[in-house]
Every structure is written in structure tokens, then in C-alpha cells.
Design a protein around this ligand. Structure first.
Ligand code: GDP
Length: 444
């Protein structure tokens, strides 16, 4: 499978940073160095690597705060986003002509998989998009290419237009497109000739074909197994022919993946499809996001990030749950909970969701005054770090300072401290209750 080495190395790097509750600049530096090496080893273009690492470093140090993720997780989030960006962020769709047929010209070096991909794409268009495509065999230099396309056409029961190997490719594509129009095909796929290396005569000929039929898409087919070379080829074809997109083939092989990660950045043209095998249905639309998650692994953190974006944070919740069970929460945790609660909706509804809360003494007829929350928050925010962690430090002068800082009174501060202690007691009660329940439940 492609990307194996890269995935392994990146995952190792990420797992080192994953659990960190604090990420120092030195941590980021180490991480960046490891990411850099992993990418270079995967044969990613060095300029692309440099840009990538710089962006990750910049963002990881001055990272945007997301309350429900730990710093380590946030770094992974940054790397994941940058990796996705590198490959184009969003899935890129095929162009469609306003007036059919949509003409798609396949170009690329010999052996890259053009002929196979032309047939795969035709099959995809018919099966997935309900289209009625036609194939045109314009690779007149590789005699087997026309036979190959004819065979694939037969296999698919799909028309293939050809004029043999003696005709002029520009005439073939022009007349092929005419025929497609006459026969009401909505897509025409042109299989063109390739060479072993990029050469000027080939480029001129391809340019001539392009001028003749004005295709809606010029898709460059690139063999992902060729690594750095794939990037040079893509750059060249793009300069000469101004391609509209890329199909990466042989991603099922054990390519190091550098091509997939560099082509988009170097050509600024999207990767539209990926070839995942020799069989006709082994063509996939290319999803940068899915590919990035696959490379990074970290399924747990990545799905956590997704959830965090909708305000849920399981790991943190678990941590808090544990703290509550041991009744050792601090005002920091309290504040965090308060923030989450604020973003969740009316308090009474939330209390209603806690199993057994309705029966708890003290909670039973609890009236929640939402305006209180702001005051409580102000008080907690006026505490020093040490005070938040250990409310026992609180003496009269500290209380006065906090009251002044939060625009409340010492009574308010006292009241909150008392409530906080009560809450802890309640947690103890609840956890011992749960403990008993568990013990009882064991037998049944
Ligand atoms: P062309 O010269 O560019 O037309 O290349 P072909 O279509 O003849 O493909 C060259 C070889 O690559 C053939 O053996 C194909 O079966 C193989 N091939 C094409 N695409 C893929 C792919 O996505 N995965 C694998 N494993 N092989 C592929």
C-alpha cells in the first residue's frame, strides 16, 4: 500500500506529541524535524517539504486555542489540516461542458496508465454518473494501445472510435468528437500517445490535438510509483499544455507517496482521481481529507477533533469524570465545565440529562439562575492560579481582592466557595453510591 513508510513515521512522531498537555517550542522543533525527514524520505519535493514544515511550525507555535483539545492534539490537528491542504483540501469534480459532449483528453507518459484510466473513467462515468461515454483511440505510436482500448471497450460494451495507426492523431480526435456528437454521447474520452520521456514533438502534437477539439479537461495521468520523476513530468506537461487535473495511478503499489503529496503543490492543479489497481473498477475519486487521515492514522485523535468542533470532548470528559469521582476537581476544571455548559444550552435541561440528578438531595428543586453564571465566572477568573487549584488558600484578604476584581462582594465569594465544597461532597456521595450499585450489580 502507498504511503506505508510515511504513515508509519508520521504516526510515530504524532503519537509522541499526542498526549502532551503542554507543547513547548522545543517540542514543536523536534516534531517539525521529524516530519521533515519523514516527508523527504517519502520522496516529497524538497521545496514542498520546506514550505509545509514552516507552515506547521508557525501554526503549531502560535496555535489557535481550542478548549476541548490538549496542546498535543492541537498540533496533530494542524499537521492534519496542512496535509489535507497540501493535497488540495476538497475533492475536485470533473468539469462538464455546457453543451455536450464533455471532452476529456488523457495525456501522460507511456506506461503511466492512460489507456487503462481512460476506460476506467468511462466506466465510472457510466456507472456512477449515469452517463453515456465514448472512447477515442488516438495513441497511434504504441500499436498495442488501440487493441487494448478496443478490448476494454468490448469488455465494457462501450463504443471505441479509431482509425488505426496510420491516421493523423489530430484528425482522429477531431472526427472522433464529431462522431460522439452525432451519436449523442455526453462524454468523450481521448486516449493519446505518450513517450518514454517528455519530448517536444510529443508536446507539439498534443497541443495540436488540444487546439483542434478544445477539451473541457486535460487530465494528466501520472504513475505514482515514479516518485520525484512524476513531479517533474507533471511540471513539464502543465507548463506546455496547461493541464486541468491529475490522475495518480498505481497508488495501490508500495509507492512512497511523494508524488501524491507534491504534485498539487508544484502544479497547483488538483488530483481528481486515483488508480488503485489494474481492474476496471479500481478508480477512486481523490479525497484529500481522507488521504491525509489515512497517512496520519491517529483515527482516535482525528475523530476527536471532529467532535471537538461540535463541542464534545470525550477524552477530557473522561478525565473530568475521573476527577469528579475522586472529588478532586479544581476551579480550573470548574471554569472549563462552565464554558462547555454555556455552549450547550439552558442549564435546567442539562441537569435533567444527568441520570439520577432529579433524585439528588439539593439538586431536586434547584432553580438555575442563568445570570448567576456570569458572576460566578467573574469570581473564578479573578482567582490566582494557586487559588484555583487549592481553594483552601483562601483567606480574608484574598477574598476581598477577588470580590474587588470580579465586581462582586465577599459574601458572593464565600457563597461560591461554599457551593464548590458542597459540590465536591456531592460528588463523593454520588461516586460512593455508584460504587455500591456496581457492587450489587455484579451478581446479576
Ligand atoms: P499507457 O501506456 O499510459 O496507456 O499505460 P497502460 O494503460 O497500458 O498501463 C500500463 C500498465 O499499468 C498496465 O499494465 C496497467 O494494467 C497498469 N496500471 C494502470 N493503472 C494502474 C493502477 O492504478 N494500479 C496498478 N497496479 N496498475 C495499473
Amino acid at each position: 500500500m502507498a504511503f506505508e513508510g510515511l504513515a508509519e513515521r508520521l504516526q510515530e512522531t504524532m503519537s509522541k506529541i499526542k498526549g502532551k498537555g503542554k507543547v513547548s517550542e522545543a517540542d514543536v522543533k523536534t516534531m517539525a524535524r521529524e516530519v521533515r525527514l519523514a516527508l523527504l524520505e517519502a520522496d516529497v519535493n524538497f521545496k514542498v517539504v520546506k514550505q509545509f514544515v514552516n507552515r506547521v511550525k508557525e501554526r503549531a507555535v502560535g496555535q489557535e486555542v481550542m478548549k476541548s483539545l490538549t496542546p498535543g492534539q492541537q498540533v496533530i490537528k494542524v499537521v492534519n489540516e496542512e496535509l489535507t491542504d497540501l493535497m488540495g483540501r476538497e475533492e475536485s469534480k470533473l468539469e462538464q461542458a455546457e453543451k455536450p459532449p464533455t471532452v476529456i483528453m488523457m495525456v501522460g507518459l507511456q506506461g503511466s496508465g492512460k489507456t487503462t484510466t481512460a476506460a476506467k473513467l468511462a466506466n465510472y462515468l457510466r456507472k456512477e454518473k449515469n452517463r453515456n461515454p465514448m472512447l477515442v483511440a488516438a495513441d497511434v505510436y504504441r500499436p498495442a494501445a488501440i487493441d487494448q482500448l478496443n478490448t476494454l471497450g468490448k469488455q465494457l460494451n462501450m463504443p471505441v472510435y479509431s482509425q488505426g495507426t496510420e491516421a493523423n492523431p489530430v484528425d482522429i480526435v477531431r472526427e472522433g468528437v464529431e462522431q460522439a456528437k452525432a451519436e449523442n454521447h455526453d462524454y468523450v474520452l481521448l486516449d493519446t500517445a505518450g513517450r518514454l520521456h517528455v519530448d517536444e514533438t510529443l508536446m507539439e502534437e498534443l497541443q495540436g490535438m488540444k487546439d483542434a477539439v478544445q477539451p473541457d479537461e486535460v487530465l494528466l495521468v501520472v504513475d505514482a510509483m515514479t516518485g520525484q520523476d512524476a513531479v517533474n513530468v507533471a511540471e513539464h506537461f502543465n507548463e506546455q499544455l496547461s493541464i486541468s487535473g491529475v490522475v495518480l495511478t498505481k497508488l495501490d503499489g508500495d509507492t512512497r507517496g511523494g508524488a501524491a503529496l507534491s504534485i498539487r503543490a508544484v502544479t497547483e492543479k488538483p488530483i481528481k482521481f486515483a488508480g488503485m489497481g489494474e481492474k476496471i473498477d479500481q478508480l477512486e475519486t481523490f479525497h484529500p481529507e481522507r488521504m491525509a487521515s489515512r497517512i496520519l492514522g491517529m483515527g482516535d485523535v482525528l475523530s476527536l477533533i471532529e467532535k471537538a468542533q461540535t463541542n464534545v470532548d470525550e477524552e477530557r470528559a473522561k478525565e473530568l469524570e475521573k476527577k469528579m469521582r475522586n472529588a478532586d476537581i479544581s476551579f480550573d476544571d470548574f471554569l472549563e465545565q462552565l464554558e462547555q455548559v454555556k455552549s450547550m444550552g439552558p442549564l435546567e435541561d442539562i441537569l435533567g440529562m444527568i441520570p439520577g440528578a432529579g433524585k439528588m438531595k439539593g439538586l431536586k428543586n434547584m432553580q438555575v439562575d442563568e445570570s448567576q453564571i456570569g458572576r460566578v465566572e467573574a469570581i473564578v477568573r479573578s482567582m490566582t492560579k494557586a487559588e484555583k487549584q487549592d481553594p483552601k488558600l483562601m483567606n480574608a484578604s484574598r477574598k476581598r481582592r477577588i470580590a474587588k476584581g470580579s465586581g462582586t462582594t465577599v459574601q458572593d465569594v464565600n457563597k461560591l466557595l461554599k457551593q464548590f465544597e458542597d459540590m465536591k461532597k456531592m460528588m463523593k456521595q454520588m461516586s460512593s453510591m455508584n460504587g455500591k450499585k456496581k457492587g450489587k450489580g455484579k451478581g446479576g
